[in-house]
Every structure is written in structure tokens, then in C-alpha cells.
Design a protein. Structure first.
Lengths: 277, 319
């Protein structure tokens, strides 16, 4: 259980978030000093329950926060060694950091192909390169090739998630902030999506910061994990270590129970749940 | 059974007995329909990309026409006045984005609607201060628009088509085709449509709201200028032109607020139907001037049956 707050980021870190505080509407304090590092070429998981602040953390990084009247009031965010918390999403995408939002957010009335092409908005390297990347996305997601002409709003949830990830890929990102890819999908599809994430990580060298409620699957695919609770990182470590951690097992993986417990233990459980708070 | 005859039989008998006159009426309908469609198109583009019902579209028509004529009166040759006016519309678009839209981002729709009323008032004041409030003549000939008449004699009758009306219709068709190609085939067009679908997602893929808004308001400005030239050529350039923008409202109700094709078809339908109704039903039965209200009644009837308009986008929702 170490707070990484003030430790300088290692050299091969693509993204480092240093002790940020986020306030919505000038009054609602959502993040209370979150710090994390994502190594270049790694998959890092950000875990936690509903309302813990996962999405806010990702939006603080991609600066979509601004459109929701939120702002980073303390700390800083560095992408490839440069301060980025005052950059527009447009500039961030240009630099190679893109967010895939929770709940897919496809452009419903656009065809799947137009959705993918819209991801190339910030690129300046010409039509041929964009077309080549489109073929690459279709190779990763063969289903999208079949449905390329359908309106995205009429495709299935899994296809929409693939469209959203594919759309992000079209911007040639170095890093994808992936928010709850498992939401509302059948377990088999979730597995399929995570397999593709791993493949993209291996073959394209894209780094991932993965916000997930599904701790089990996230820790199987990620190398490192952070656990967020009410706006603070309460625990972090190698994914393999987190999987074996008693607290994580009990609270997030649901496998820690040693049979029935007495009322006394339940109270203990509640107390312990606060961790570092 | 007396009253059925003038309503159901006589108008059609008239149409058949004088087909040349019917053709003339239809043509007049098409010309005003094209204008309604153009104005509605300006509304639709802005509404699609920013969910703003742009009350200022009408005054933009007047302002564009006034600028064009005003520049010419000050000695700028017509061929130069046209691009200069386009430049003014671009500056206006940039100004509106900076001063009005950007600070009001994320505010409720009604506040943005009020802001466009503010823009209207501002443009009325600005236009009157710079160019004066009196009625002006559109510089039709100077822009190279032919003003003669074509006379046809179909069915042994007589149909007259003004060349400037024909130019207007052809110009409008070209404008619409170019616009549709731009929206559907170009990268910027795709970004405009994407923004209309999902603001947040558009932001997340790096689409810049400011750029798109300036672009959309500039396109609306171009459309306003085209409308201003055509309408000004028929009725002169004055602030009374603003009222025709209100005609776009029933067109929008009929066609649907988000639909480009709806604006075009809705505009043509209203233009043609109101003319035909006026000539064959309105004048003989109701004493005329039905054109001022017919479009609204038609739109109301459509709304009763299809609240999203004839061509409005279906809301796609998965459950």
C-alpha cells in the first residue's frame, strides 16, 4: 500500500498524474489528490466502485472535464513529459492521447465507416494513410467491415464498443483512455473486447489506461492496477499482487469469504472498508 | 350539395381548362418554394450542429443583401462587392462564435435562443447605422443576372418565365448540391454531422467545436447572401425582408428541424401548395391573401400527424 504521490515518474512513463484535485461547478470536490503513472506500452487498470472517480480521472486527463463545468484545481498532468492540463481535447488528440468514453457514444446517425473516419479528424497525413488505417481497424474488428454501411445507432452494443475503440484508433494514438469497455456487454463479448485491447497493445504499442468496475477481468489483462475510492487512490500494485490481496479479493473480486461470519466480523468489515480514508 | 361544386370540382375544372395558367402558377410556387427552402436550410444547419434555433437567420439575409448593395453604392464594383460581402459574413461568423457561442457553451437551449434574438437586434442596429434604413434596389444586372423573360406557348396558351427567377432556381439547386456533397463527402462535413449527433463524443475524438461553429455560421451566411440576392431582386432590399424568415418556421415544422432534405422538400411543398391554394381556392372562395396563413395551417396539420415533421430524424435509442 504505497501512495505514489510525490515520487518522480520513471523515465519510460507516458502519462503521469500528480496529486490532482478536481472540482465540479466550483463546489463539488470529486478527486482529492489522485496520482498515478502509466508506463509506455503498458496496460494499467483504474479500479473502483460507482462514483469513486474513475471517469472523472480519465476526463481530467483528456480535458473533457471542461465541457462539464469541472476543473483541475491542484496538481498537474504530464503526457510524454509535458504539462497538458490546460490543453484542449483537440490538441491532446493531436499529440496522441484519446479517450473512449463510457457508454460508447457512437455517432448514431452516421454509418459505422463515417464514425471511424471521424476519428481521423485531427490527422494531417493525407487520405491514403487514413484509408490504410481504416483497413487496419477492419482487420482488428472484422465485424465492423461487414457492418460498415449501417447506421451506428442500429448496431449491437458490442459493435458500438468496437466502433468507439476503432474510431479512437483512427487518430493514431499513443495512448487510449478506455472507460468501462465492459459496460452492458455479454461476458463473452467483454472477453473479445479485452483480447483486442491486448492485441492492440502488443502489435501497435498503444498504452492503455483502463477504468473498470469489472475488477476480475481488468486485473487479468492489466499489468498494474490502482484502486480508487471516494476520490482517492487507496491501493496500487502489480496486477498479480492485487489479485492475491485479501482486501481486493473480498471487496472487489467477491471470493474472500471464509464461510459464514458473525455480526462482529461484519462490523469489522465495514470499518476496514474505509482503508486509508 | 351546392357548396361542394366550388370546393371540389370547379378548381380542378379550371386547372384542366387552362393548363398554361396552371403551369405559370406552379412555376411561381417553385420560385418562392426555393427561397423558403434556402432560408430553412440555414436554420437546419445551425440547429443540427449546435441545437440552436437561430432566430437571426432572417436578419442575416437582410444584412448580407444590405452589405452587398451598400458596398456597391460606395463605389465598389459588383464583382468585388460579392467576395467582400462573403468576407463580412465570415467575420460575422467568427464574431458570433467568440462573443456569443463560446461563453454560453453548455447553457440551456432557451438561453442560446435568446442570444440569437440579441444578435438579431444587434444586426438591425448595425445595418441601419452603416447603410441606412431606406429601401434599396438589388444590383441584379450588375451581378450579371439576366433580367429578361422567356415566353413559352404550351397547350396553345402562354407562360412567362422571368430569367432572374430561372437563374435563382438554378443557383439554388447548385448551392444545395454543393452543400450536400460537402456534408456527406468531406472531412469537415462529416465532423459537422458528428457534432450534431453527439457533442461529447465529437469533443473526445478531437473535433474542435469553435472551428465547426464558425464554419456552420459562415455557411449559413453564404446561404443568407444567396437568399438575399434572389429575394432582393424581386422585392428590393429592406428590413421588411426579415419577415420572410418567419416563413421558414412552417417549412421547418413540415420538414423536420434536423433534415436537410426535409428543408428542401418542405420549402418546395409549401411554396407550391400555398400558390395553388391561393389561386384556385383562396381568391374565389375566401377573398384572397391566404398565402399569409396557409403555410402555418398546413404545418399544424402535419404536426398533428407527425410531431417530428415529415422528414425529421428518428431518435435512435437502444434499450
Amino acid at each position: 500500500m504505497t501512495q505514489t504521490a510525490m515520487v518522480p515518474a520513471p523515465a519510460d512513463t507516458i502519462l503521469s498524474v500528480n496529486n490532482i484535485e478536481v472540482i465540479y461547478d466550483h463546489v463539488i470536490l470529486v478527486l482529492k489528490g489522485v496520482s498515478l503513472n502509466v508506463p509506455r506500452g503498458g496496460i494499467t487498470a483504474l479500479l473502483g466502485a460507482n462514483g469513486a472517480g474513475k471517469t472523472t480521472t480519465l476526463k481530467a486527463i483528456s480535458n473533457l472535464l471542461h465541457a462539464e463545468r469541472g476543473e483541475v484545481t491542484k496538481g498537474n498532468i504530464q503526457f510524454e513529459g509535458e504539462q497538458v492540463q490546460s490543453l484542449s481535447p483537440n490538441e491532446l488528440v493531436r499529440r496522441g492521447c484519446i479517450q473512449v468514453m463510457e457508454g460508447r457514444h457512437c455517432f448514431g446517425h452516421l454509418s459505422v465507416e463515417d464514425n471511424l473516419l471521424s476519428g481521423a479528424y485531427t490527422r494531417r497525413d493525407g487520405n491514403a494513410a487514413v484509408r490504410a488505417d481504416l483497413e487496419m481497424v477492419y482487420d482488428y474488428f472484422p465485424r465492423l467491415r461487414v457492418r460498415r454501411a449501417s447506421q451506428a445507432g442500429y448496431t449491437s452494443g458490442g459493435e458500438q464498443q468496437m466502433t468507439a475503440i476503432g474510431r479512437a484508433l483512427m487518430s493514431r494514438p499513443k495512448m487510449i483512455l478506455l472507460d468501462e469497455p465492459s459496460m452492458g456487454l455479454a461476458p463473452q463479448l467483454v472477453e473479445e473486447i479485452f483480447e483486442i485491447v491486448r492485441k492492440l497493445n502488443d502489435e501497435q504499442g498503444v498504452s492503455f489506461l483502463l477504468a473498470e468496475q469489472n475488477t476480475n477481468i481488468a486485473l487479468r489483462y492489466a499489468k498494474y492496477g490502482y484502486i480508487l475510492e471516494s476520490g482517492r487512490i487507496v491501493l496500487d500494485g502489480e496486477a498479480s499482487a492485487l489479485r492475491e490481496n485479501e482486501d481486493v479479493k473480498e471487496f472487489y473480486l467477491g471470493v474472500g469469504g471464509e464461510g459464514r461470519r458473525s455480526f462482529k466480523d461484519v462490523k469489522h468489515y465495514k470499518r476496514r472498508k474505509r482503508w486509508l480514508a | 350539395m351546392e357548396f361542394i361544386h366550388p370546393i371540389l370540382i370547379k378548381p380542378f375544372a379550371d386547372m384542366v381548362s387552362a393548363p398554361d395558367f396552371l403551369v405559370q402558377v406552379l412555376w411561381e410556387g417553385i420560385v418562392s418554394g426555393v427561397l423558403y427552402a434556402l432560408i430553412a436550410l440555414g436554420f437546419v444547419l445551425i440547429f443540427k450542429s449546435s441545437r440552436i434555433l437561430n432566430f437571426a437567420q432572417g436578419i442575416m439575409v437582410v444584412f448580407a443583401a444590405l452589405t452587398l448593395v451598400g458596398l456597391y453604392e460606395r463605389g465598389v464594383p459588383a464583382w468585388l462587392a460579392l467576395p467582400l460581402t462573403l468576407g463580412v459574413m465570415l467575420v460575422l461568423a467568427i464574431g458570433i462564435e467568440r462573443v456569443v457561442l463560446r461563453p454560453l457553451v453548455n447553457q440551456p437551449d432557451i438561453i442560446l435562443f435568446m442570444a440569437t434574438i440579441g444578435i438579431t437586434m444587434f444586426l438591425i442596429g448595425l445595418g441601419e447605422t452603416i447603410f441606412g434604413g431606406e429601401n434599396k434596389r438589388m444590383i441584379t444586372e450588375e451581378l450579371g443576372i439576366p433580367t429578361g423573360n422567356f415566353i413559352f406557348e404550351p397547350f396553345g396558351g402562354f407562360v412567362s418565365i422571368e430569367q432572374k427567377d430561372l437563374t435563382a432556381v438554378i443557383g439554388a439547386v447548385v448551392l444545395v448540391v454543393v452543400l450536400l456533397l460537402f456534408l456527406n463527402k468531406s472531412k469537415m462535413g462529416r465532423a459537422i454531422r458528428a457534432l450534431g449527433d453527439d457533442h461529447q463524443a465529437a469533443l473526445s475524438v478531437g473535433i474542435s467545436l469553435s472551428t465547426i461553429w464558425v464554419l456552420v455560421w459562415f455557411i449559413a451566411g453564404i446561404i443568407a447572401l444567396a437568399t438575399g440576392i434572389v429575394w432582393g431582386a424581386r422585392a428590393g432590399v429592406s428590413f421588411a425582408l426579415e419577415v420572410i424568415a418567419l416563413k421558414a418556421l412552417p417549412v421547418l415544422m413540415l420538414g423536420g428541424l434536423e433534415s436537410v432534405s426535409g428543408a428542401i422538400i418542405g420549402g418546395l411543398m409549401i411554396g407550391i401548395l400555398e400558390k395553388v391554394f391561393e389561386i384556385y381556392w383562396g381568391q374565389p372562395l375566401l377573398g384572397g391573401s391566404t398565402e399569409s396563413w396557409f403555410a402555418y395551417v398546413l404545418a399544424l396539420l402535419v404536426l398533428l400527424a407527425r410531431p417530428q415533421g415529415l422528414f425529421g430524424e428518428k431518435i435512435i435509442e437502444r434499450v
